[in-house]
Write a protein that binds this ligand. Sequence first.
Ligand code: NDP
Ligand code: ZN
Length: 355
Amino acid sequence: MSKMKGLAMLGFDTIGWIEKDIPKAGPMDAICKPIAISPCTSDVHTVWEKALGERHDMILGHEASAEVVEVGSLVKDFKAGDKVIIPAITPDWETVESQSGYSQHSGGMLNGWKFSNMKDGTFAEYFHVNQADGNLAHLPDEIDVEDAVMLSDMVPTGFHGANNAEVEYGDTVVVIGIGPVGLMAVAGSVLRGAGRVFGVGSRKKCQEVAKFYGATDLINYRDGDIVDQIRDAMNGKPVDKVILAGGGLETFDQAVRMVKPGGIVSNINYLGTGDYIKIPRVEWGLGMGHIRVTGGLMPGGRKNMEFLSRVIKNGRLDVSPMLTHRFSKLEDLEEALLLMKDKPKDLIKPVVLVG
Ligand code: NDP
Ligand code: ZN
């Protein structure tokens, strides 16, 4: 058998099943077949918001747990039959950017993001992983294959938001957006010692799960200006950190208006539309307020997957409350992706068991 099928972006606004050649492993690479897969809001931005530009017949997806089926001749630590965690971001580790600590941008801006951006992704019977020793991680027996999919992207992205916000013991943190990414930013902030965590979102299901992860206050952006709501709850005081994991470009303005001098605004949202971000001049201390605004793509790679999997394996993080919709065959991916696009009220994250 040399052909496989996959769910692809056929062009803007269009997805469909296509047939392609099964990829081949270079000397340092691996070919994997997915065991469990999850669609991501990023796939939605890519197809329906035209966020990355044109892509034709590109297989979507970047989240999966998988089994290795083939490795290149130079791969040392993985072999066919191994169960692995697939990071959404698979950098080229020899590049100057990786050596400078920004592996997400190995070879150029966002170029560590290969699946469903620069090459075919995980929504297929087989997919290719570059630099297997640097990018795959063995899946511990204690971690369920469906839970493991959350290690691909949701856990590392949310935790990256909390890391970039430099959350400290006792900090008051606002997480704008409590979909799966924001929920993991809540969990990451709590693990880093935050004292008070506001979660901003409207859907009841997400609010319930935000409480489970340690949000102390819930704010519904549909009930009025979130800056006013948070200022009231804080008796007029600013917050220490803001993590952006949902909403549009207006959230930067809101975040700068609620954060303290010297505070940090940490964006992990994929900004799919619009041209410029407005920062309010006065609230930004006339340019002298020491308010840092930063934004980052999640770091991928083996070490990150191995370290984050310890947090789950040893019971410090339970990702299962996020898995609200389960499917049991590859063909169901289309329905799962459309759920991610339409965001019904009871959805946090769908997972498709294929192996
Ligand atoms: P969801 O769509 O599931 O969640 C978005 C959240 O934002 C929801 O809680 C939603 O509330 C809330 N929201 C919507 N509008 C507003 C608003 N105007 N003000 C405040 N909150 C609002 O997305 P995900 O959690 O799946 O993903 C979040 C973002 O992270 C996406 O852009 C995704 O592409 C990106 N991402 C980034 C990565 C990275 O490496 N940086 C990696 C992976 C994903 P509700 O629905 O309850 O009304
Ligand atoms: Zn994703």
